[in-house]
Design a protein around this ligand. Structure first.
Ligand SMILES: [Zn+2]
Length: 451
């Protein structure tokens, strides 16, 4: 008789939702539910946010990685089950290009490196196909194959404790008959939950407007998502949030959300669709353009390359600070890069920045009259000043210089929560220790209504 052999399988998939609704995390729960009696889960499903600057991304550019241990004879069943669920759940339109990968055993170094690239660069589908061909036990894509990029990235980005920062999100789902209707969630219960569990939960409420941020507005099956530091804290948060509609189920994901992982691997090259990190000197005072966006001309200190730097709506307080910058100020800038054809220049969309040098600027003014303290007027070029009130004249008098006062400090600034992208680390997480591990809690997913 042949021995039963255990095998570790990494599953990655992406791009199953489009702007029309659907949600890759919902598919994850469907897959987990259907393979759970054939395997052991070695990790929470990982919700990996990849480069947010890719224009053809799905909302949030998130992909899912699942790591299981199973007997080899189950692999075919699991593969078929995943394909069945993808077929059932993915949004069938031309902008949705699902991809799925299965890798057995240790994750190849090349796949790990690819995952880092997927965080910060614009990667070609060809590159992903080449890797999949070489290293996957199985891969499959629908449409143009773009989903293979996220699938491989979710497998390669293991968020290894002690090496990478990570957080958790509990996502709760709606029952079918409520999808498309207005979500009825007690905001009072959300405020209370946040108060009770801070700082171990984050991005529940926008600190500038007090707006509750846990639920999306769209037609997708997500009722709300709760972000926190540990599986047990998001589960506790879940028990505190009150809703007026039934919950279909929930799942806890381990994720790189709120960790700045993309900035960890960013550079100052300013390549199109890349993630930027580097010092920039302000060349010209910022201007406000249509739509309320603020931008200024800057120069990357490492390369001397000229770029436009922009702060967008709705980051109001952030823009207010950026608006006060003057030439020769230097900031450590973090953001996304886009090449603007019309200006033949790269533009950096700020996600956060740190003011590291504030230059002195002066305004020149006519001096005050030493006799009556009135402001004097020029008596002509190099003729000094005269006082219109008392008639005092002085040929040797010159303009006075006054420092321009700015309400700025050398410090880190981050847009308010509602303007933050998924990957950006919020202020609340800045004092958190690097995690050395995580525990698998028993009730990390649950389905209430149906099997
Ligand atoms: Zn006078």
């Amino acid at each position: 008789m042949e021995h039963k052999k255990e095998s570790i399988i990494h599953i990655g998939f992406d791009d199953t939702d489009s702007l029309n609704g659907g949600c890759t995390t919902y598919l994850a729960l469907a897959i987990i539910k259907n393979i759970s009696n054939r395997c052991k889960f070695l990790d929470y499903p990982r919700l990996i946010r990849n480069n947010p600057n890719i224009p053809w991304k799905t909302r949030g550019n998130g992909s899912i990685g699942i790591t299981i241990e199973t007997e080899r004879e189950n692999i075919e069943f699991i593969k078929q089950e995943i394909l069945k669920q993808i077929e059932k759940h993915h949004q069938k339109d031309e902008n949705t290009n699902p991809g799925i990968v299965l890798i057995e055993g240790d994750i190849p170094k090349k796949v790990q490196e690819f995952a880092i690239q997927a965080l910060v660069k614009n990667i070609s589908i060809k590159e992903a196909e080449k890797l999949a061909e070489k290293f996957c036990l199985f891969y499959h894509s629908i449409g143009n194959g773009r989903g293979l990029i996220g699938g491989l990235a979710a497998v390669g980005n293991q968020l290894e404790p002690k090496k990478e920062d990570f957080t958790f999100e509990l996502i709760a789902y709606r029952t079918e008959e409520f999808i498309g209707t207005k979500r009825k969630i007690s905001e009072k219960s959300v405020y209370k939950m946040d108060q009770l569990l801070a700082p171990n939960v984050f991005n529940n409420i926008d600190s500038e407007t007090n707006k509750v941020l846990i639920y999306p507005a769209g037609k997708d099956p997500v009722l709300f998502g709760l972000r926190g530091e540990t599986p047990s804290v998001v589960l506790e948060a879940f028990s505190l949030v009150e809703t007026e509609e039934p919950i279909d189920g929930y799942c806890i994901f381990r994720t790189n959300q709120g960790t700045d992982q993309h900035f960890k691997f960013a550079d100052s090259l300013a390549e199109n669709y890349g993630v930027f990190k580097g010092k920039i000197e302000v060349i010209e005072k910022p201007i406000t353009i249509h739509g309320g966006h603020v931008f200024f001309k800057g120069q990357i200190c490492d390369s001397g390359k000229e770029v436009d730097v922009a702060a967008f709506e709705p980051s109001k307080s952030f823009k207010k600070i950026i608006n006060q910058l003057l030439s020769e100020d230097i900031l450590m800038a973090y953001g996304g890069v886009k090449f603007k054809k019309e200006f033949k220049k790269h533009s950096i969309h700020l996600e956060k920045c740190e003011l590291i040098f504030l230059s002195q600027h002066y305004i020149e003014e006519a001096p005050f009259c030493p006799q009556c303290s009135k402001r004097m007027t020029s008596d002509g070029y190099q003729k000094g000043y005269k006082c219109k009130k008392c008639g005092y004249k002085d040929k040797a008098m010159i303009k006075t210089q006054k420092v321009i006062e700015r309400n700025l400090e050398k410090k880190l600034i981050i847009p308010p929560e509602q303007a933050q992208r998924h990957l950006v680390k919020p202020f609340r997480r800045y004092d958190m220790q690097m995690k050395t591990g995580f525990e698998m809690i028993e009730e990390w997913w649950k389905e209430y209504s149906k099997v």
